[in-house]
Design a protein around this ligand. Structure first.
Ligand code: SF4
Length: 466
């Protein structure tokens, strides 16, 4: 039996609470490996620290390491693997969205022996069962690409796991939650029917040749079984969050979930909604189930940015209607906005402020746009020559990685810093405010130089309205 170590490489965006970062696939994989008699441990890697990594490895003494690479932590993973390579490490396999979409690059990272392309659970378990050779009974373990072989012509990604109910509940013990942790993420689906250009979903769908069964859902009872187990292990659980973007995109499933959840669980919860799919029956079902907060990606108030560049297929009217319906039911709303998407300008960012003012969300969240690798929006930025060499560290520091003539990185930082306040507070009146708004050179207003005397707003990018 093996000691399996997960290194979870990701960058924490500003505003995200410090604490465990739940990754459902690793939780499920851990449960499967433990059922096979292995032991598992997870170490989060959010910044490079060779000494801490060395000490953790010495203590964990793993037989095999799985490095899970987030699209925002590729350089971080490379440095981490470089440090690992010097310690004479056990076999290392890379997995996660980046490894899936750019397997050859992942395979070329220091000390990586294999890459898992596709959903990790069955492929990694197969790799471990094969004695880490990648072959079992003369057949390849699907989805495992070996460094010794490169990319065979016949290589196929790990098949999509069709029946999510066949998977065990995620093992939460590896994420280091304190016993009194009050709120947990529960993932109910895999895949998404939408095709937003800033998301890796489309590339993942393409990897599997756009199969009809790409979007899969757990049965409501399977979800509630997991919640029962969770509440047993963490009796102080007070609320839940359903972060998957496809959570409310299938009304038949949602209706049945609402019914089962209200009877079996009933904890208040928040969820992610797509504005173009929010209608009265959806909000009614959410309300009946106990939803008290919904987050919606507005992304941009500009129709051009939202629909022509980022292909969200979402009109301003749909967004307004979604906020109205949720407000009517007393469900708190959180609007999520991105500053500095390709082709943005100060005008399009003002559109975002104006749209949010009409929506009156309870919470406003503002982030700087980050071009995730392998997305169409990142492709636009690359094609236009807007990608700087500032790198992925920008994601964690909420700085723009793009250099666009229409909205320089410094202006993006300033707009992002002020947007939540600009939305929450009506425009200031009076001569000092008017003076502060005077443009002094492109992207800069007088108040940016003279500061609080002219305009005291600024600071935190997340502004609760009540
Ligand atoms: S709805 Fe969310 S998960 Fe689906 S494609 Fe758009 S951004 Fe990606």
């Amino acid at each position: 039996m093996s000691r399996v170590l997960f290194l979870q490489c990701y960058r924490r965006p500003p505003g995200e609470p410090v604490g465990p970062r739940y990754e459902a696939s690793l939780g499920v994989l851990s449960a499967m490996l433990k059922a096979d008699g292995h032991t598992t441990r997870l170490i989060p890697v959010t910044h490079f620290d060779a000494a801490a990594l060395g000490a953790a490895l010495k203590e964990a003494c793993p037989d095999v390491v799985l490095v899970h690479i987030d699209g925002t932590a590729v350089d971080l993973a490379r440095r981490t693997l470089g440090a690992l390579a010097e310690t004479g490490p056990p076999p290392i396999v890379a997995a996660g969205t980046f490894a899936t979409l750019m397997p050859s690059t992942a395979l070329s990272m220091p000390a990586v022996n294999a890459v898992i392309v596709g959903e990790v659970e069955e492929a990694f378990r197969g790799w471990v069962r094969s004695g880490l050779s990648g072959s079992a009974s003369d057949s390849r373990v699907p989805g495992v690409m070996l460094r010794s072989e490169g990319r065979p012509a016949t290589f196929r990604p790990a098949p999509l796991i069709d029946d999510l109910d066949a998977l065990p509940p995620a093992d939460r013990s590896i994420f280091g939650y304190p016993p009194s942790h009050p709120c947990f993420d529960i993932v109910t689906s895999r895949g998404c029917p939408m095709r937003c250009a800033y998301c890796t979903n489309d590339a993942l769908r393409g990897l599997h040749d756009d199969p009809p069964g790409f979007v899969r859902r757990r049965s409501p009872d399977h979800v509630c079984d997991e919640i029962d187990e969770l509440c047993m292990n963490f009796p102080e659980t007070q609320r839940l969050r359903f972060p998957d973007h496809a959570f409310a995109l299938d009304y038949a499933w949602l209706e049945s979930f609402a019914d089962v959840y209200a009877h079996r669980c009933g904890l208040p919860f928040s969820c992610h909604l797509r504005a173009n799919s929010v209608d009265e029956p959806t909000v009614e079902a959410l309300d009946a189930a106990g939803c008290d907060e919904a987050e919606i990606e507005i992304v941009s108030g500009s129709n051009f940015i939202r629909n022509e560049i980022l292909e969200m297929d979402t009109s301003a009217r749909q967004i307004e209607r979604a906020f109205e319906l949720l407000g009517d039911r007393g469900i708190r709303t959180r609007s999520i906005n991105y500053v500095g998407a390709p082709y943005s300008s100060e005008i399009t960012e003002s559109d975002t402020v104006r749209l949010n003012r009409r929506l009156k969300p309870d919470f406003v969240q503002v982030r700087v746009y980050y071009p995730f690798p392998n997305t169409r929006a990142a492709g636009i930025a690359e094609e236009m020559g807007w990608m700087s060499n500032r790198g992925e560290v920008c994601f964690a520091e909420d700085r723009s990685v793009l250099d666009m003539p229409t909205l320089p990185a410094k202006t993006i930082a300033r707009v992002a810093r002020r947007m939540a306040q600009d939305i929450s507070e009506p425009p200031r009146q009076g001569w000092r405010a008017a003076l502060g708004r005077l443009p002094i050179f492109p992207g800069w207003r007088l108040s940016d130089v003279l500061g609080t005397w002219l305009d005291p707003r600024g600071g935190d990018a997340v502004a609760p309205r009540r």
